[in-house]
Design a protein around this ligand. Structure first.
Ligand code: XMP
Length: 510
């Protein structure tokens, strides 16, 4: 339980998350909570931020906050829709504006105190609103205006309530982080959110809850489960057993890496189950991507369950659930998402096992987990590992998965990875890999006609993998990769580059 926290009330803005991130970057703990969080819970925090949102505060079914929140005596900052809520619920007026304001907007600060302390009068901000405040509530003052918005920033100093019509959390607001820092200062919250402290607290907490019980962890080689296994091992040592199911669908060198990192260097109890033959048998003749995912997921769980039973009486299961997983499954406001792909995440084992869960990352974002991993001295291959789907190379081979095709895509993938990492571009490209389609084409190699497979290279830049852009890899690097693949992977006589963003494509081909 973290006592010194800032709560960000989520009214559905695409930037709500970003506010939490910005506060954590300041070394302060922050949580995204639903807009209708009960007052009793809210009264326990040190500061409240009302996020932006797509609605109109005066519209039908608008998401509102309990008016009593303004009487709690806790400092409040309203952002965009949040500012309009402050005005509307305290007796001011909000109207739909003829002129909408989107994008970069200059504001002029009239009071350089409170949230604007230490800033110049002229500031570049990012606006995105149709409605605007047209009358201030009693007790409120204007702090800044833009050409089109008289109340670009407002405050009730006595109550320590502030409102910004623009978004300080986006980088386009040049001094947004300074404004957030000023608000945080006003709350008096302690700056305690450091990764080092987090690790020590987590180790103590795991020791306490686990006692003398046995714990099991499904290692996938990915960042979340690897770092989770490491921290749990630091807490309870040999009471932890990790199980790594080698599906035969992993990339080049991956299984060896897991064994080296965990068994050899960390001396963690690690059971490696070689199950390639079982997976290939089950996948024989299967071409439908969703069927492949299901088969792999189910077989993985069966094998894991069998192995866990052999260890004896296990009470706890370690899972790498992230803060983003918690939020997307729990509190997002009125969002529904179509199932594009049924993601089999090897960490996501069903509840029916009856294990209690240890989820060390429930409060963290992925890059924070990477940081924990670095502090725990895990190798870069683990902490900087790009995401890799649970069903592995099976979803990077279009159609039936065979041992031969696995070998082709694995070799090509290794070349793509090696060359992109050698060039240093991997720091800016979030995922890069090879895909093997079913088609073949004619080519000429040496003096011979060939009839071989093409390899498709996929490389994307993305912030959150919900949307992505294809990476603009320099042509000479593409040429190098192409030559290497056609020279080194005998079955391949052509290399293609995927220039599709997401949407309309997805990152993976299946
Ligand atoms: P898509 O292809 O949906 O991928 O745009 C977005 C991100 O999710 C990863 N991905 C998966 N991860 N099981 C996983 O654990 C899966 O079945 C799966 N399919 C896609 C993908 O690699 C990308 O990072």
């Amino acid at each position: 339980m973290i006592h010194e926290s800032i709560y960000v009330l989520d009214f559905g803005s695409q930037y709500s998350h970003l506010i939490v991130r910005r506060i954590r970057e300041l070394g302060v703990h922050a949580e995204l909570v639903p807009f209708n969080t009960p007052l009793k819970k809210l009264s326990a925090c040190r500061g409240i931020i009302l996020s932006g949102g797509p609605q109109s505060v005066t519209g039908q079914g608008a998401l509102l906050v309990d008016r009593a929140v303004f009487a709690l005596g806790i400092p409040i900052l309203g952002v965009c829709y949040g500012l309009q809520l402050i005005a509307y619920l305290n007796g001011g007026k909000v109207s739909t504006s003829q002129k909408k304001e989107y994008g970069p907007t200059r504001i002029r600060i009239s009071k350089k105190t409170g949230i604007f302390k230490g800033l110049k009068i002229d500031q570049l901000t990012w606006m995105s609103h149709g409605d605007k405040v047209t009358k201030l509530p009693k007790g409120y003052k204007t702090l800044a205006s833009s050409n089109n918005c008289r109340y670009a920033a407002i405050a009730n100093y006595q109550k320590r309530i502030f409102g910004l019509q623009f978004h300080p959390e986006v980088s386009n607001t040049t001094n947004g982080q300074k404004m957030i820092a000023n608000f945080i200062k006003l709350t008096g919250v302690k700056h305690i959110w450091t990764t080092g402290k987090f690790i020590n607290n987590k180790i103590d907490e795991i020791k306490k809850i686990v006692g003398k019980d046995q714990v099991v962890c499904a290692l996938s080689g990915g960042v979340d489960s690897s770092v989770a296994a490491t921290i749990v091992h630091k807490a309870i040592g040999s009471q932890l057993t990790c199980i790594y199911v080698d599906t035969g669908l992993m990339r080049h060198g991956e299984s060896e890496q897991v064994i080296k990192t965990f068994r050899k260097y960390q001396r963690i109890n690690l059971k490696v189950i070689k199950a390639k033959a079982q997976f290939l048998r089950k996948l024989k003749g299967v071409t439908d991507p969703e069927k492949k995912r299901k088969i792999i997921g189910e077989l993985f769980i069966r094998i894991f369950e069998n192995e866990a039973k052999k260890i004896g009486k296990i009470k706890w299961l370690v899972q790498g659930t992230l803060y983003t997983d918690v939020i997307t499954s729990g509190i997002s406001v009125g969002k529904t998402a179509a199932v594009i792909k049924s993601h089999h995440n090897v960490g996501g084992l069903p509840k029916k096992f009856g294990f209690k869960l240890i989820e060390p990352w429930r409060d963290l974002y992925k890059d924070e987990v990477r940081k924990v991993g670095r502090l725990l001295k895990l190798p870069t291959e683990v902490t900087a590992r790009q995401p890799f789907p649970g069903p592995g190379l099976a979803v990077r081979i279009i159609g039936e998965v065979t041992e031969k095709k696995l070998a082709i895509v694995r070799s090509a993938d290794w070349i793509v990875r090696e060359e992109i990492e050698k060039s240093g571009l991997h720091k800016n490209i979030q995922q890069y890999f090879a895909v093997l389609p079913t088609i073949k084409s004619v080519g000429v190699q040496g003096d011979n006609r060939t009839y071989g497979y093409p390899i498709i290279i996929r490389a994307v830049t993305t912030k959150d993998f919900m949307t992505a852009d294809w990476a603009k890899i320099p042509h000479d690097l593409m040429a190098k990769i192409s030559v290497r693949i056609t020279n080194e992977v005998r079955e391949v006589n052509r290399v293609l580059y995927d220039i599709t963003s997401k949407p309309p494509g997805t990152v993976e081909w299946e």
